[in-house]
Structures are given as C-alpha cells and as structure tokens.
Design a protein around this ligand. Structure first.
Ligand SMILES: [Zn+2]
Length: 512
C-alpha cells in the first residue's frame, strides 16, 4: 500500500467546522490524515507538492445520461443553434460526410431561444438531409423532430398519441422510435460515447455520477456500456433504471441502485408536457400530461422498498409532484415512515413542488435531485418558464424553500440537457433567478458533492476527512472561489487532477 502525502496546498474539506488544512495523506484509497504540519504524517512513500493549489472533494453529478452526453460531444450538437434555419443548415453540412443510409442523430435544439419558434418540418429535414433518416432530439429529450424516411420505418406511428404530420413527435410516438434508433446506431457507438463523456467529466473534476438510464431513454445495452466504460475509466457510477415495476429487468442488469431516475411521472415544461394543476399560460385549456397515477406509483415504491432498491421518478409539474406525494403517503400506510426513510427514495428535477408535497418528502426522507442550470437557462421574467407559467415562473426550482423545509438536495446537470459544468451550476444555485431562492455557497457546493453521495446511499465520501474515500480534485487556483461574485467566469476553474478512491482518473499533462 502506497502512502501518499499531499502538502503545501489549500484543502477545502467541505466540513462545516473546517480548520485550515494544507496537507492530506492518502492510503489504500482513503484519507488517513489531514493537517497543516506535513511532518505530522510520518514516512510517506510519495510526497506531492501542491504548489499552493486548491483541493476540494470531487463533484458528483447526480443526474446524467452518459451515452447521450457522448453523442453530443462526438456528434451533431444543436445546442447553440439560434434559429430553425441554422438547424437545417447544420444538418445539411453534417450529412456531407455520411453515407446515404446513415442515421442523422442530433440533439440540443431549443426553439424557445429562437426569434421564431416554428420547428423544422419533416419535409424540410428531408430536403436538408438528402432524404436520410433524421432524429433531432429536443434539448429536454421529451420531444423530437424526425424526417419522413425515419417515420416510414415505424409502421403505425401515425396513429400514436404524440405524433404530428409535420414530423414533431412526443410521448408514445417518441417511445415507438427508440428501438429503431437503437437498431440503426452502429456497433460500438454507445461505448465510444460513454468513453468520451466519462473523460469529459473527469477533466471537469467530476469523480462520481448517477446514470439515469431506462427503457424510455435507451436500450439496456447502453447502461451496460456505461458500467463497463466507467469501471475502465475509474469514475464512480451509481446506476438507475427508470422502469415502472421493472423488477424482472434486474435479472439481466447488474449493480442497479434503484428503479428510479427518469421514470417519468410527467413530461417537461419546454415541451408543455409537465403536468400542472393550472392551465399553461401560453396554451389555454392545456395542463400537460401525468403519465402515472398515485396508486401505480405507490405500488412501485412499495415493491422497490421491499427489495432494498431506491424508487424514484422524473417529475416537473406540481400535479405530477402532488401525485407522487400522494403515492408516498400510500406507501407509508403500507410500510411505515421509518422503512421508507432508510431507503432514501429520490425524485429527479422536482421543479414545482407544493408546500404540502415538500412536507411529505421531508417526513419520508425523499431526496430532490435538482439541476441549477435549469433555472440558469430558463428562469427569470423573460425566459421559457415565464412563457409557459406566467408569474408562476418564480415558483420553479425553489432551492431555498426546499432546504428550509428540510428536504435533502443533490445537484446534477441532466447532461446533455445542460452542460457538464459543476462550478457554473453551484454559481447558478447561489444566484437563483427568483429573488430569495438562492442558497449559500456552502449549501450549493455540498449539494453537488456530499449531497450526491448521500442520494446514492453512500456516507463515506464527499468531504475530505479522515476515513473518507480519497475522491478529490485539484484546481488551477489558490483559493476556494467566491461564489457570491456575479460573474460566473470568476468562478469557473480549470481542473488539474481528479482522483477517485485514490486512483487518478484525470491529470492535466505536465501538472506535477
Ligand atoms: Zn434525465
């Protein structure tokens, strides 16, 4: 066992009552000593001079789609496209390198940022792509636009809910396309994507991630690809499979922490499929779609709890979240509060919770896995939430209210929905667009580190204290960033090294 001493650094332990710490020793993947006097740790095998640099616990991304993130890195990313015309131009440019039968898979478009929100049509995609099979996933993954050649491969799609003649698909129609997309993607595609995404995470100081896989996201083989690549890359993965009552799936899948993650209780705000208790401000008479009723969710929660699994759901709108709260109360009647609490069930997004729902989640220890960049991108009086909800945009992602109510929070990116950028995320959480909903720098950093470990059921990681996992990042700066500063550029910092359980998973060339 090698005993490594890191000295001459600024070590941000993440502990509330932190003594100044400049040195830390690691042995067998654990922190075995911390202090200020490096002579206090005797006979190390190896000494690393940190050169005054900052060391923090590595970030945990509590909601990520690894293969899709890799597709974004390696493939056609429409994230920055400022208009429908640019999307069509990007598709046209992209296909010049493709064979006539190759699938065009792209993602990230967001029409709410365009001057004219009219979507590209199937006919326009046919023209831009030279008649190829095209699938353009919306930024939220809850709707897509597709070409005629792709639709033609799914007999009966035109009769499914969520299909439109113009080529926009959502819900059942979207789901019907997923097996076809899996068939059309070339061998090794998922592995290549996973590898690229994991490298990107490690290079950003993210040492652990929660993969939100599921039958509505991609095939089981994608999850296996992520698990294999993560073991190889050395990042710590926690794996969720978002299948309703999908206990049989676990005969085939290993190392699944829960039937949770993107098991959708509703859709998204951008696609107007989040389930609301009131009409959308920009679509009178429409309240979105609740996909699961409370009884069916309660059955899922009870089944997961009995099997030692975490249960969880994707939920955005207040109606969906109220339905889930009701489901948890039904489960409490069946199992008791204490049994539910020990399982640390979790909700993804949980963007518009009512006070009553928050009270239920506090009572039953249900964790909210949230994404600060959702507010960063879509919050505020003149962006997408305001367009969909009117004045109620101010009730979205209420971090302060939830923490004050006693709800545990974990932060993530939902990448590729928002970029992998943990410093920007914690900055956004401090600078919430709704006055009064910002949280403190310490709370925000904790939610993106120890909060993520907690949400995965792991209690020996997330701070740099003796006995904890040696999972940390070294940064190209000498102080912990001032997260209260308005400009995010002053906060975002280059990562120099990422270490997981004592193993280096990323190191900037020539840093030591
Ligand atoms: Zn997701």
């Amino acid at each position: 066992m090698t005993r490594i001493l890191l000295r001459n650094g600024v070590i941000h332990t993440g502990l509330a009552s932190a003594e100044p710490t400049t040195a830390m020793a690691v042995e067998d993947g654990r922190i075995v000593w911390t202090g200020t006097d490096p002579d206090g740790f005797t006979s190390p095998d190896e000494v690393v001079d940190l050169g005054g640099r900052l060391v923090t616990p590595a970030f945990v991304d509590s909601h990520v789609h690894v293969v899709e993130t890799g597709e974004q890195i390696l493939g056609l990313d429409l994230g920055g496209a400022p208009s429908r015309e640019v999307v069509l131009d990007m598709v046209a440019a992209y296909v010049t390198d493709l064979g006539p039968d190759d699938l065009v898979l792209a993602q990230g478009w967001d029409e709410t940022l365009w001057p004219d929100p009219t979507l590209p049509t199937a006919t326009e995609l046919d023209r831009a792509s030279g008649g190829r099979k095209v699938y353009l996933n919306r930024i939220d993954g809850h709707s897509a636009v597709v070409s005629s050649a792709l639709m033609a491969q799914v007999p009966g799609i035109t009769g499914l809910p969520g299909w439109t003649a113009e080529g926009r698909v959502e819900r059942e129609a979207l789901r019907a396309l997923l097996p076809l997309l899996a068939d059309l993607t070339p061998a090794g595609h998922a592995e290549r994507g996973a590898r690229a995404a994991l490298q990107a995470m490690a290079a950003l100081g993210i040492g652990a991630f929660h993969e939100n896989a599921g039958p509505d996201i991609g095939p089981e083989s994608d999850l296996v690809a992520v698990q294999t690549q993560a073991a190889d890359a050395g990042l710590h993965g926690t794996y969720y499979w978002g299948a309703h009552l999908g206990f049989g799936d676990l005969d085939r899948l290993d190392d699944v922490a829960g039937l949770a993650g993107d098991l959708s209780a509703d859709g998204s705000m951008g696609s107007r499929s989040a389930a609301l208790t009131f009409d959308y401000a920009d679509l009178a008479g429409h309240r979105g779609h609740a996909y699961l009723d409370p009884e069916r969710m309660a059955e899922h929660i009870v089944g997961c709890t009995r099997r030692g699994l975490q249960a969880g759901f994707h939920c955005i709108g207040d109606q969906a979240i109220d339905n889930i709260a009701q489901a948890f109360r039904l489960a409490e009647t069946a199992l008791g509060a204490e049994t539910l609490r020990t399982r640390r069930h979790r909700l993804e997004h949980c963007e518009l919770p009512s006070p009553a729902a928050a009270e239920t989640f506090t009572h039953l220890g249900v964790i909210a896995s949230m994404q600060p960049m959702f507010d960063g991108l879509w919050g505020g009086p003149d962006r997408m939430y305001a367009a969909r909800l009117g004045e109620r945009w101010q009730q979205m992602n209420p971090f302060r209210t939830l923490l004050d109510a006693g709800v545990r929070i974990a932060f993530g990116s939902d990448s590729p929905v928002t970029p992998l950028d943990p410093w920007a995320a914690v900055h956004a959480a401090v600078h919430h667009r709704t006055p009064g909903q910002g949280i403190t720098p310490a709370e925000a950093f904790a939610a993106h580190t120890v909060g993520g470990w907690y949400a995965a059921g792991i209690d020996d990681a997330g701070t740099l204290a003796v006995g904890q996992r040696a999972t940390y990042a070294v940064w190209d700066r000498t102080t912990f960033p001032d997260l209260t500063t308005p400009d995010v550029a002053d906060v975002t910092t280059a990562c120099l090294q990422t270490v997981v359980d004592g193993r280096t998973v990323f190191e900037k060339e020539g840093v030591w």
